[in-house]
Design a protein around this ligand. Structure first.
Ligand SMILES: [Fe+2]
Ligand SMILES: [Fe+2]
Length: 351
């Protein structure tokens, strides 16, 4: 039986979470989703709103601006640098952006259909836009201009003996991206030259695209393990693998990056990942290497990693914060995001 639906935590929900003056959980009753399911969906809605905000910025400058994903007018030099990796990059950026809009809109609509509060982060759209020609001048939730991109996902999926769920750690494929703050979009038109500088920005973006989507690839299966309602489980099992489709595309494209040293910032180096002959960085090794799972007594298996459910939402918040995405955001924003994550991580599967 589902229980404890009516109250619990509603008073602690920040104002940013309320929509139409309806407090979280206030309208829940038997027959609707559990408090835990609502908390998991709300955290996912927040994550999807954040994804949408960053992808929108990429699309304005590097994607296809059309009726599906309006806003911005493109940056020819940035697009040219992205297209170095694949001629279809603008289409892929567009389609990933389009997908993220639908993810958060669907989850919020579903929450409301169950009498639960949706997530609205509009009051935190305070960060500056890129000043480069092609970007809209509007407030943003995320910052793509001071990123510290963790590329350990690259070696994590190429390891045949380690798994983060066993406490294993991994070396970054592009070490310098983890040792500074780098733009993944041109900050202004001065970033459009010299050619290898805007290429370094596009390289950074390509590795960042895959970083974001591998996070979603793990987040959905991690949280799905604590969902109660089969229909909510179906939502997580149906959206999650689209994150994996994105990740798979992006790590394939990122592998076509240009080997270079950024002439405007010599600390940023994109080394030849195939030079060593090591499988752990090989660019075309894009299918997950089978590795250990659950217990070493089992045979190695090709899997998403990590999928540990405990603390998965807080882990996602930490990864996005460490990425630099929220540089400039208010303490109130972090407090709300942390609260949403804590509530999602407190959710338990009920029988
Ligand atoms: Fe998404
Ligand atoms: Fe995504």
């Amino acid at each position: 039986m589902r229980k404890g639906l009516a109250v619990g935590g509603a008073g602690a929900i920040g104002a940013g979470l309320l929509a139409g003056g309806i407090p979280a959980f206030a309208r829940q009753s038997n027959g609707s989703i559990t408090k835990g399911d609502a908390a998991i969906l709300r955290f996912l809605a927040a994550a999807e709103i954040i994804e949408t905000d960053l992808w929108q910025q990429y699309n304005e400058l590097g994607g296809v601006q059309d009726a599906e994903v309006p806003g911005g007018s493109g940056s020819a030099a940035y697009i040219k640098a992205l297209v170095f990796m694949d001629g279809d990059m603008p289409q892929y950026v567009h389609d990933n952006t389009d997908d993220e809009f639908t993810h958060f809109k669907f989850i919020n609509a579903y929450l409301m259909s169950k009498g639960a509060a949706p997530v609205n982060l509009d009051k935190f759209r305070t960060l500056p836009s890129s000043k480069a020609t092609g970007a809209q001048q509007i407030g943003r939730l995320t910052n793509l201009m001071q990123l510290t991109v963790d590329t350990t996902y690259w070696t994590k999926y190429r390891s045949s003996s380690k798994n983060p769920d066993f406490g294993d750690t991994f070396a970054p494929a592009i070490p310098s991206l983890l040792k500074g703050k780098f733009p993944a979009i041109p900050r202004d038109d001065n970033d459009l030259t010299p050619g290898d500088h805007i290429q370094a920005i596009a390289n950074t973006a390509a590795f960042h695209f895959a970083f974001i989507e591998q996070g979603g690839t793990s987040l959905y299966p991690s949280l799905a393990q604590r969902v109660t309602d089969p229909e909510v489980l179906r939502i997580l099992l149906s959206i999650g693998p689209t994150e994996t489709m994105h990740f798979q595309t992006w790590q394939d494209k990122a592998g076509n990056f240009k080997v270079l040293r950024d002439p405007s910032n010599p600390k940023l180096v994109f080394p030849d990942l195939n030079a060593s002959g090591s499988q752990s960085t090989q660019t075309n090794l894009i299918m997950p290497e089978p590795t250990i799972f659950l217990d070493r007594k089992f045979p190695r298996v090709s899997i998403i990693r990590p999928t540990e459910t405990q603390g998965a939402a807080m882990g996602a918040v930490k990864a996005l914060s460490d990425d630099g995405l929220f540089i400039g955001q208010s303490p109130e924003f972090f407090a709300l995001l942390t609260q949403l994550a804590r509530e999602a991580d407190a959710a338990r599967r009920e029988s």
